[in-house]
Write a protein that binds this ligand. Structure first.
Ligand SMILES: [Fe+2]
Ligand SMILES: [Fe+2]
Length: 299
């Protein structure tokens, strides 16, 4: 089994230090194989905010991958915004804007969806070079490798807001994701946590791809949801999503959903089945101290 922690929308410059410290402690206790950070590390792309984000990344006890979000581009400095909008991001956070990494039998590609030259620069887009990168990085892998792509901007709207704006060229990009055999998409931006099959929204989608959206992990700007992040357990054909939610003093276990791929389609198991499945998983792989008990309470 490979375990990912998916965190998003940290927004340094508008964070609660207690939440930031608790998030680091919770990730350390969970000890995932990889942390995926899907953008908006800062609130206004200021030097001090990037330095705080840098300190946070340096404190992560496990490897991480990161892509920028729209808040990591300068808003008021028009010269910087239109000439080299990600200069500070590259300086403080990462030079590679479309990182790729394989951890065990899981391959993960991040794509920078931020753009400063489109109508509304809070929205994002995927370009043809990035579609070619999707084709290229997954092409040489063993067929059994589980493929994940993460972006800041979403491919799937929340269930209660089907008209929400998605990443630009989502439908076109899906054709490349389908050919590449991608099974999981991770994103943020909306500060909402939800999951679903891409086929429930994109009428022309030809492959069942699971989408998991993360809430904001540490920002005080919330959308009727607490700060939260996702712990994702990948053990094909099963995938378990464990929400970890801020409860005022620490991150605690939230909703657990189990998915299984049957005949090429992701199927969401019922809650009871999911918990039973979790029991079997935990029995096969003893949990370290501080992780969840099978009933969902802290051990
Ligand atoms: Fe955000
Ligand atoms: Fe955003």
């Amino acid at each position: 089994m490979t375990r990912l922690a998916h965190i998003s929308d940290l927004h340094f410059g508008r964070t609660d230090p207690a939440v930031v410290a608790a998030l680091l402690a919770d990730i350390a206790a969970a000890a995932p194989d990889l942390v995926v950070v899907s953008g908006d590390l800062t609130q206004r792309a200021r030097h001090g905010q990037f330095r705080d984000a840098r300190r946070f990344l340096d404190a992560l006890p496990v490897p991480y991958m990161v892509v920028p979000g729209n808040h990591d581009l300068p808003v008021y400095n028009l010269l910087a915004r239109f000439t080299d909008p990600l200069r500070r991001y590259r300086h403080y956070i990462a030079r590679d804007l479309d990182p790729f990494r394989q951890v065990g039998d899981v391959a993960v590609l991040g794509l920078n969806t931020t753009r400063s030259l489109i109508d509304d620069f809070s929205e994002g887009r995927i370009n043809r070079r990035q579609m070619a990168r999707i084709d290229q990085v997954f092409a040489g892998l063993e067929p059994t490798v589980f493929r994940v792509v993460f972006t800041h901007h979403p491919f799937l709207p929340p269930p209660d807001r089907p008209g929400e704006r998605l990443v630009g060229r989502a439908a076109h990009t899906l054709r490349h994701l389908e050919t590449a055999g991608v099974d999981l998409l991770l994103a943020g931006h909306l500060h909402r946590a939800y999951a679903g099959d891409i086929m429930t929204h994109h009428a022309k989608a030809a492959r069942s791809i699971l989408v998991a959206q993360a809430s904001t992990a540490t920002s005080t700007r919330l959308r009727n949801e607490p700060n939260a992040y996702n712990l994702i357990e990948i053990a094909p054909p099963r995938l378990t999503l464990r929400l970890r939610s801020w409860e005022g003093a620490r991150f605690m276990p939230g909703l657990v959903t189990c998915w299984e791929k049957h005949n090429g389609c992701w199927v969401r198991l019922s809650t009871d089945t999911g918990l039973a499945a979790m029991d079997r998983t935990m029995a096969a792989s003893p949990a370290p101290a501080g992780r969840l008990s099978p009933g969902g309470a802290e051990a």
